[in-house]
Design a protein around this ligand. Structure first.
Ligand code: C2O
Ligand code: CU
Length: 482
């Protein structure tokens, strides 16, 4: 008995020691993995996702005291897209693309816009986190700027990266006619690329070599994926040639400014890594593969030209559609190779994984659809109503939200949020981790996507399809951040 009970006691002791040790070892792992999150109450999940967001995107930016002043004159002009023909267009400062506004992070940007167009206009700073009053949405954040009038835009961009600007008044016509430009905000420590090149992708619907088709927001465009042109241009040139040297490491900034066309860019034969989407660096650089560049989207690529590539030509191609199209040719000079700059590809200093995000409740589901009616006969709706008849969604600043977009139509919708960056969480209910922030996400036909965001800046922010014809026919609503 005595022996037996002491055996039992020591056995118990051993068991206790093992259990305590196991708890010590596994405990912290369990705490991080939170296996029971799905059964946790939603407030706890939201709190955790919100706290993961801390410091990912700065709430405020310190002004460095520099003011960069620009003047933009919007007016009719001509462009030589297909020399020697001259095409009547509208442009900023007679240039298409408009001037590149280049500033440093922390600079105050002041842009005086003079309207010399035959109609009212505004400028929206696509992807730039600006004070709401500078966002350029007519009738919401400012009055339209009448012909002959001017307006001063003033803001300090909060993020470094590749951005663009365009009218938000009759955008389907004004952007198509050539009104757009690029804003580049340089990082405090600019990565040492040997060249930093900008490729603005557009298409134009021409009637003839010197006439634009002026049937804007046509029935055809409305019942399809917007207006797709018959002439592809890069920086408003047809297949321009870039010259590089072997060994160079190049930053390529691609922007899709087309009304409706989606591009699927590829660089066969070259190593190209995605280092930024919609302006912002991601969790890590990833190879360029299967990427859709929808209207509004930007990507930055890190491209290395092999040191033995002298004399070769590589093409940037659009692989969307049945026939691959060459967008631009990259010709490598025959001179001797330069030394390839070595540095770590840019990435976000802090990037929330949000891998628990699908345990958070869906705060709102936007229903995207079409119906007959409205001024064009076809209207594109969000939650069954066309802008300006739908009601805005109200969100609180500083907490995590999961929003769903449900495309009930067989068409494409690149949905764009003003004033916010979000992460794609799921497609058709399946978790996705892109590792990048976005301001515009393409929905395929009949697709449902979930996004996660923590709104920061207060105000009324547009939420719309960046197929400009769809937006013109009602596919826009407001998100009010309080
Ligand atoms: Cu570039 Cu409201 O859009
Ligand atoms: Cu759309």
């Amino acid at each position: 008995m005595h022996l037996f009970s002491s055996f039992k006691q020591s056995h118990r002791l051993l068991l206790t020691v093992v259990v305590v040790l196991l708890c010590l070892l596994i405990g912290p792992v369990l705490a991080v993995e939170s296996p029971a999150l799905s059964t946790q109450n939603p407030d706890t999940v939201i709190k955790q996702l919100t706290s993961e967001f801390q410091h990912a995107l700065p709430v405020e930016i310190k002004a460095n005291g520099e003011v960069k002043r620009f003047e933009l004159v919007a007016k009719p002009t001509v462009a030589g897209l297909i020399p020697p023909y001259q095409l009547p267009i509208w442009a900023y400062n007679d240039q298409t693309p408009g001037p590149v506004l280049r500033v440093n992070l922390g600079d105050t940007v002041e842009v005086l816009l003079k309207n010399e167009l035959p109609q009212a206009t505004t400028i929206h700073w696509h992807g730039v986190r600006v004070p709401n009053a500078m966002d350029g949405v007519p009738g919401v954040t400012q009055a339209p700027i009448a012909p002959g009038d001017s307006f001063l835009y003033r803001f300090i961009p909060k993020d470094a990266g590749t951005f663009w600007f365009h009218p938000h008044q009759r955008s389907a016509e004004q952007i198509e006619r050539g009104l757009y430009g690029v804003l580049i905000v340089d990082e405090p420590q600019k990565p040492a690329y040997s060249q930093d090149l900008l490729l603005v992708l557009d298409d134009w619907l021409l009637e003839s070599k010197n006439a634009l088709n002026e049937n804007f927001v046509s029935r055809h465009d409305l019942s399809h994926d917007g207006r797709w042109g018959n002439l592809l241009t890069v920086n408003s040139k047809v297949q321009p040639e870039l010259t590089v040297r072997a060994g160079e490491r190049i930053r390529l900034r691609l922007i899709n400014v087309a009304n409706g066309r989606v591009f699927a860019p590829q660089l066969p034969g070259l190593s190209a890594n995605l280092i930024a989407v919609d302006g912002l660096p991601g969790q890590r650089a990833v190879p360029l593969q299967g990427l859709f560049l929808a209207p509004g989207n930007r990507v930055d690529l890190d491209v290395v030209i092999p040191s033995n590539a002298g004399g070769q030509t590589f093409n940037l191609v659009n692989t969307l559609g049945r026939k691959q199209q060459t967008l631009t040719a990259i010709t490598v000079a025959t001179e001797s190779a330069v030394t390839t700059p070595r540095f770590a590809a840019p990435k976000a200093q802090q990037f929330p994984n949000w891998n628990q995000a699908l345990n958070a409740p869906i705060n709102h589901e936007f229903m995207l659809d079409a119906s007959s009616g409205g001024q064009y006969g076809i209207q594109w709706t969000i939650d069954d109503l066309a802008w300006p008849h739908n009601k805005s969604l109200s969100l609180k600043a500083g907490r995590f939200y999961r929003l769903r977009f449900n495309n009930r139509s067989p068409r494409l919708h690149p949905m764009h949020l003003h004033g916010q960056f979000f992460q794609l969480l799921a497609r058709n209910g399946q978790a996705v981790q892109e590792g990048f922030w976005r301001d515009t996400i393409l929905l395929q036909a009949r697709e449902t996507i979930d996004i996660g965001l923590v709104p920061q800046d207060r105000g009324r922010w547009a939420n719309h399809c960046h197929i400009l014809e769809h937006a013109a026919a009602g596919m826009m609503t407001m998100i009010e951040v309080k």
